[in-house]
Every structure is written in structure tokens, then in C-alpha cells.
Write a protein that binds this ligand. Sequence first.
Ligand code: GLA
Length: 669
Amino acid sequence: MLLGVAYYPEHWPEERWETDAQLMQEAGIRRVRMGEFAWHRMEPVEGQFDLGWLRRTIDLLGRHGIESILGTPTPTYPAWLHKKYPDIHQVKSNGQVMEFGQRQDACKNHPGYRLYAQRIVEKMLQALGDHPHVVAWQTDNEFGCHGTARCRCAYCESAFQSWLRERFGGDIGALNAAWGTVFWSQDYNGFDEIALPRDTADRTANDGQNPGLVLDFYRFSSDVQVAFQREQVRLIRRYSPGRPITHNLMGLFSQIDYFDLAEDLDVVSWDNYPFQANGTNRPLAPLAHDLMRGLKQKPVWVMEQGSGPGGWGTFAATPQPGQMRLWAYQAVAHGADMISFFRWRSCRWGREQYWHGILYHHGVPQRRYEEAKRIGQEFAALSPELDGSVVESPFAILYDYDSLWALESQPHVSTGFGYVEMAQHFAQALARAGVSADVASMQVDWRPYKVLIAPCLHVLTPKVADALKEFVRGGGTLIVGPRSGVKDEENAIVDELLPGLLRKLAGCTVEEYDAFSSIPGLDMRVRDPNGRVYHAYGLADVLAPEGSAQVLLSYSEHYYAGKAAAIQNRYGRGTCVYLGTVLDDAGASDLLQSVARAASVAWLDGVPNSVEVAYRVKGSQRYAFYLNHSASPIRVSLTGPGVDLLSGQQLEGSCEIPGFDLVIVKEAV
Ligand code: GLA
């Protein structure tokens, strides 16, 4: 359990560094991340390098018992490089150039940028790779932020053509067939005729183009980021062996396949700004935490957690007393072993003047510093207990970027349905009942899980369909959301009865599908056989059971009233539930509860809305975290007696948790 902070020594006079290091040490800060935007300070003039200032900072911090994580400085290229290569910038789908002055905006396929980026990383590694106080590396910073994951410049166009040539084995006919380019006379005679999806006559690039082209472009763009990172990973492994490599990912950011990006990393870390999540200072369901942990199915680091009001022009509310600490423990409860705050001291200049850190611009320690210090002290005390503990989950939510991207460009309805929304919806229902869920890829071994939730298997390959069948045949439960089995790998719609490859497993066919949310005044509801009624949103797959499948829910409105909305089917030793619509919270909770109970997974009833219950385990020892996300005290029932690791008090039955506070119960074994 480590506390860290993002530090920018280059923003402050060198005489101040000692004070900073002392204050950090007193706060129990054990790690500092530095360097990721300092290319110009490292190479002020082309070919002239200066890493001395960074070495001096690392040395000084080391004397205060603080270890360094270094970020490679490639997100912000120097102005001299921009002058040298005026076409270094990324291009948006409308042809507009991303001008100098932001970050992540150099094109990763630009040969000059690639060359100079590699060179500065290599120089940095040669200078600091073996420094004893450098304990880990971060590649770049937040790949794809500010809408930079999908560049449409000329370099990308020719790289995309090569990528497609390889994907289709050089056979343009195969591409034409896969994408169905016969539609609107879009057949290509060669790969060199293929243009990147840009804004068309009717719509923006995302949804105004051939779906096959769009999905492949999204895949290609993700691969570009992964390949760029891979070059840096290779250099780091060569010059700084043995030190873990990470990248600070962005939680639910969806334009890069994070499973692919994480494959080259040793540790996943990510940036958590809870106040940004919903503007109400109350974190959403922990889906982002669970996805980040799920990428490598290993503990994660939070590389940045908001520690002050964040914003550029306007800024969010300041974390209230207790919230920095509560959010840090929320991350710990979901599997984080390091929490690093962004940033140490708010910067006096630049785009992020109002993105506040632990200290205000004046650098004098105040309330938020004291809160960080409390966390530092607690982490030190808790480490012997919690180090080595992990999150174990009976449920997994499947995360499939192909389906997500297909729905991103063709969302079906304007609100209420989408891959992330559906995943969030299920995650919230589980979180309300204290059920832990991993977020899992389509490739991992699902056998450790009792229940898989597939929010929407929109793009489905025979391989994945077979793996799901095997999981259910072996005794697992699978819940599948609406509009599943609709498309093949090329984003073409299948030519069989829906849900296509899932028909046998799901025990049903889709008679019709309907985007009912566009009908004014229609309040769609569904009911279960016992007469319980729930609201439904967005769209409906109207289902017909096959064989011995059982109807769980039926629509009660519109011309398909009485037809099935959810079907349960026994398959082998397991069960598949096909849900044809988006249920309200009560409906989702009741459905998941019945599945959980059937799978012998504990389901907590009556957890207050603002309270989150989550667990870490070490061997047979369980640590139960009860987090109160509201400002008022709340009484909660405990799942078992034990000692609160924070107060040392013995607790049993129930306990009152102050506003924005928590208890961690080491449950009696
Ligand atoms: C991100 C970046 C940081 C900083 C913060 C606040 O998480 O990684 O560099 O810009 O956002 O904007």
C-alpha cells in the first residue's frame, strides 16, 4: 500500500525542491511520478540533451526515502520539432489540423515524430535507466486523450492501407466482399484507393461511412497506439531491466483496446477523477476500477487521483473533507495497491492553472495536504495487513471492444443503450448488493467465474460463441443483453435468424426488434410471471422461446404485449439468460439477484444507496470495506463481526459510519 504524487520539479525553482521533498516525506508519500511532459527541458535544442536536473531531483527525493516513477516525455513535443515538421500534427475527421499547444496531438505514424520520440526516450533511459531510486516507468501519458486516438492524416491513410493489405492477405476482392462495398458503388480496385473515414456529405466520419470500414479503422487506430507504446517498452526493458512498466490509462475511455495496450505492460495504472465522473462528487459504479483490474487480472495502481478541484476554464467542486481519502480507499477496495495524487502543487501557468493539486499555487500546506498525510499514515499502518490481499469475483462482465465500437458508430437509439451504459447498468446493480465483478476480456479463461454478463454480444465470432457455449455447458451462467449475435467480425449483419450463433444457447429467436423509445408517450413495461412490473428503455428484442426454454419477463405494452422480453434456457449443466431490453434498476437488480442466488453468490439486501460494500481477501482472511459516499452518517449492517482496521474497534451487527468515511472490517475467521 503506497501513497504517491505527480511532481513537476521543472515548474518550480530548484531551491524549492528540498521543501517539497520534506513535506512529501512528512505526508508519507513514498513515490513520485515525474518527467512525462518535460521533453523540452530534456532536449531544449535538437540534439542537445540535459537530464541533469531530473537526476538531481531523483537523488534528492531518494534522500527523503521517496522513489521515482519516470514517465517518457513523448506526449508533448517541443516547438522546435513542430517547426522542423510542420505536418507533424494529427488531422481531425473534418480535415482540421490539431495545432501546436495541446498534447498527444502529434501523429504516431509521422516518421519524424516516431524517430525523435524514440531518441528522447533512449537518451532518458541511457541517463537514468539504472538509477537505484528509479523503480518503475510510465510510457508516455494517457494515450488518446483529448480526442487524439484516431488521426486522419495522409501518413495514417497509407499506414491504414498497409494494415488492411495485411489483414486481407493482399486480396482486395476479399475486402470488398467483407465490407459489402457493392452498396453505393464503393468497390475498390486496389488498397491504395481506400481513404480513411472522414466526414461525408451527410454525417460525421463515425456514422456516415461503411460499417466495415469504420470498425477496421477503429481497430487500426487502436493498434497504432499499441505499436507506438511497444517501441518504448522495448527500449525500457533494454536499458532499465527489472523495473515494472506501466501506462496511465483512462478508465472507461473506449477508443483504444485496453486489453491490447495492457498486454505489453507489467502493471496497469490509471487516472481516476471521481468528481469528473458525474459532477455530483459521488462516484459512479466502480466499473472503471473493475475494468482496470480486469485488464491483467492483477492489482493496479491509481497513477493519478484528483486531489483538488479540477478543470481548465471552469472547474469542478473541491473534494469535501474526507472525499480524497474515501476515493483512495474505494480504489484500494477494488484492487489498487498504490494511490498517487495528481498533482503535488497547482501550477501557476499553463492550460492547467485551475487543475488543482494537493497544495494550492502558493505551496503552503493546508487542509488537503493534511488529508493526504492522514492517508499516508494509515497506508503505512495498514500495509502489513492489506499487502498481498486481492479482489476475488464470482461475476465477470465481458468487455468486447469490437461490439463497443460497432455500437459507438451505430448506437441504435439516442439514449439508454450502448455497450458501456449496459455494462455500467449491470455493474451498478451488482455494486448495490455488494457483489464483486471483474471485467474480463473475450479471450481469458472464464472458468473461475460463476456468472458471466455480456452486456451486448453485438459483433460475435464463431470462436467466442463456442467458448461461451463451453462455459455454460460446464455449469456456468451467462446473461446476454439485447441486440446480440447480430453482426459478424466484419461488422456485417448475419443472414440467419437472430440471435444468430447464440440461438441454441439462448433457446430463443428474435421475432422482431423495435427501437420503441422513439415512440412519443410510450411507457414500456415488462412483467414477470408473478406480476412484478418493471420499466424498460431503449429498444426491444421480441423473443420467442424454443425447446424447453422458459420465459422470465414479457412485454406488457405495444403490439407485442405478451411476447417474451427475457428467456432462460438450460444448456448442458448451465444456464443462459437472454435479456431483450434495458431494464430499470429494480428489474436489473431482481434479475441479477435471482441469478446470484441460483449460483450461490451472497447478495446483500437493503444496503443504503450511498454505501458501497467491497471485499479484499488474503488466503482465508476477508477484509470488508464499507464506504459511505454521502455527507451524512449512515448505519450499515455488517456481513460479519470483526475488528475495524482503521479505528481498532471490535464491530458486530451494525455500525454507524460518519459522512465521507469508511470502516475496514477484518472479519473473524
Ligand atoms: C490527466 C493527465 C494529467 C492532467 C490531468 C488533469 O489525467 O494525465 O496530466 O492533465 O488529467 O487534467
